[in-house]
Design a protein around this ligand. Sequence first.
Ligand code: HEM
Length: 427
Amino acid sequence: MSDVTKGDFGPPDADITDPDTYVSGFPYATFERLRRDDPVSWWECATGERGFWAVTRYDDLLTVSKQPDLFSNAQGVTLEDIEGDDFHARRNMLEYDPPEHTRYRRLVSKPFARREVYAYENAIRLLAREVVEQALAEGTEFDFVDRVAKQLPMRMLGRLLGVPDADGPWLVERGDALLGNFDPEMTEHPVGMTDTDQFKHIPFRSPAALDLYRYAEEQARLRRERPTDDVISRLLAPTIDGEQLGEREFKNFFVLLVSAGNDTSRYTMAAGMKALIEHPEQMAELRDSIGTDDGMLMESAVEEILRWGTVTMHFRRTAVADTELRGAPIKAGDKVLIWFHSADYDADQFPDPYRFDIHRTPNDHVAFGRMSPHLCLGAQLARMEIKVLFEELLPRIGDARLNGPIDRLRSNFIGGMKRMPVAVTRA
Ligand code: HEM
């Protein structure tokens, strides 16, 4: 199983439903067995939710992704069943199917297109430089997640949205509580460890969502009083066809941005740093390429970091009719989880998948989804954030090593490192 995360392969029979499983890393050996012997397998949940089918191979993930009429997002995209009428009021765009989703997406997609996002590159680069220089000024031994990776994505997204920099830490903390909803360190109400029944009608069963709705309401009010040229104002304005995002749609979209655009990029940055530390020759090569090859190697390195980290471990679909996938008898109403992280280590798609290779090409990873109408809206922003971070960081450091135990998020949904102590030398 080659060089990867030596010793991190886990047992071949881990419970993939149990958030505790992921505290010691992604159970690669288990998913390798599933892809080989039982690619569409039935699981009962350790968390007490209804069971589900686990789709673990790359090509099967695409089969599910490209059929939203058969595998629907409209009944929720996470393992938890959200009950009650409120679900429909609080749905975000991930939880719509075409054609409603198509309309929604048309209304919000423009500011996230590559060209639009790159208009913010300088602002984002200055932020990255400031954060990296600050971390190095305070010492050469630090927690990379806390001092670097956590500081950037929310503030970078904040620059686009036009929210005050000073609100950054609060947004990060609320976003963490939302997505770290199984982790006692991230929220006062970890699902499965405390009684979260009173929150069962809100996204992620997390009261943090309510705070974020209120914040979004306030931001919308401010823009209506005094429109600006930031992304929030653009999202609220009608299109040339007179179509407009409703108030509720805007609030739900805002909460989705804070949850989707915060820790995903953070954990990918951390996964990338760890991989580069573990492959010093590739770190050196990447550093030497900066400013000399038109960003070619950085571009393929970012894609490999995305594949390697594949932070969103799964999303859920719900079958709307009886069907069959690789012989598995899926019934209407069954939950079907597509495991992005597993698909990105599928040897039928990625030769030698456990080898980290910044030159890997082609690299059609599914870290942002693929062939799905829900393909990550923030993909161009995320790619730029990761690129800019390493362009600013690598020339400022010499050697780098891991400098203490790594702590991982307790979640079967998002794979991330909460702490990664590093020691670096200054360049
Ligand atoms: C490395 C960072 C990121 C990763 C790994 C990631 C991953 C994903 C994945 C897997 C999906 C669902 C794809 C599917 O169901 O087929 C998604 C959707 C989405 N992402 Fe990201 N994402 C990242 C960063 C961002 C950022 C920075 C933003 C904010 C601008 C964002 C906003 C969204 C939105 C709004 C959707 C829903 C799109 C829709 O339903 O049409 N993501 N992302």
